[in-house]
Ligand binder design. Structure first.
Ligand code: HEM
Length: 175
């Protein structure tokens, strides 16, 4: 009898120990999940505080691609721009779909979208084109016409111009 009780006692200590282990594991898992939820919630909260990205406000990559498509077609037939032989000779019609792809990826990335630009640097791409301030002004007129055509609101237009402005020093290399 005494032996049986001891076994029972030992058994219940083991059982209690085992139950304790399971309980603490479950609690650790819960804490882990809570920590994960908290960081995901934190990120979502931060995003809400910051407001939607420019990428989201533009309506995503399809809208960006449509804008880029229109802009590249517009620039290609801009006689004033093509009067610069450096620009005219660098423009290869068969490249147009590839340039549209690269510029879409670049704008998608720069506006906070889920894309990665894999093309050449702006300096290397435009280095031999002799692009002037006058050419840049012509580009801006076409860019504005495209943004207006798609009804891009003024605030978003300004943010997009800030992005292109940030590349100007690498692109405008001639008087
Ligand atoms: C006066 C303004 C600009 C002119 C005249 C110009 C002209 C050109 C030309 C002629 C090409 C080569 C096209 C071809 O291969 O057929 C090119 C490529 C490219 N440009 Fe511009 N560009 C201008 C401004 C910009 C700006 C503001 C950006 C970006 C914000 C830009 C981004 C690109 C990209 C991503 C490529 C393709 C690069 C690659 O293929 O890796 N360009 N540009």
């Amino acid at each position: 009898m005494a032996k049986k009780l001891m076994v029972l006692e030992v058994g219940s200590v083991v059982l209690v120990g085992f139950l304790f282990m399971i309980a603490s594991q479950a609690s650790a898992q819960e804490q882990g999940t809570e920590a994960k939820e908290t960081s995901a919630e934190g990120a979502a909260e931060k995003q809400m505080e910051a407001g939607p990205s420019l990428y989201d406000r533009l309506g995503g990559v399809y809208n960006i691609a449509a804008v880029v498509d229109d802009l590249i077609d517009r620039l290609a037939v801009n006689d004033a721009l093509n009067a610069n032989p450096g620009i005219n000779s660098a423009r290869i019609p068969a490249h147009s779909p590839g340039v549209k792809y690269q510029l879409t990826a670049m704008v998608c990335q720069a506006t906070g979208g889920p894309c990665s630009y894999t093309g050449m640097s702006m300096k290397d791409t435009h280095a031999d084109m002799g692009i002037t301030e006058k050419d840049w002004a012509l580009f801006e007129v076409d860019f504005k016409a495209t943004l207006d055509k798609f009804g891009v609101p003024e605030a978003e237009q300004q943010e997009l111009f800030a992005i292109t402005d940030s590349t100007k020093a690498d692109i405008v290399v001639a008087e």
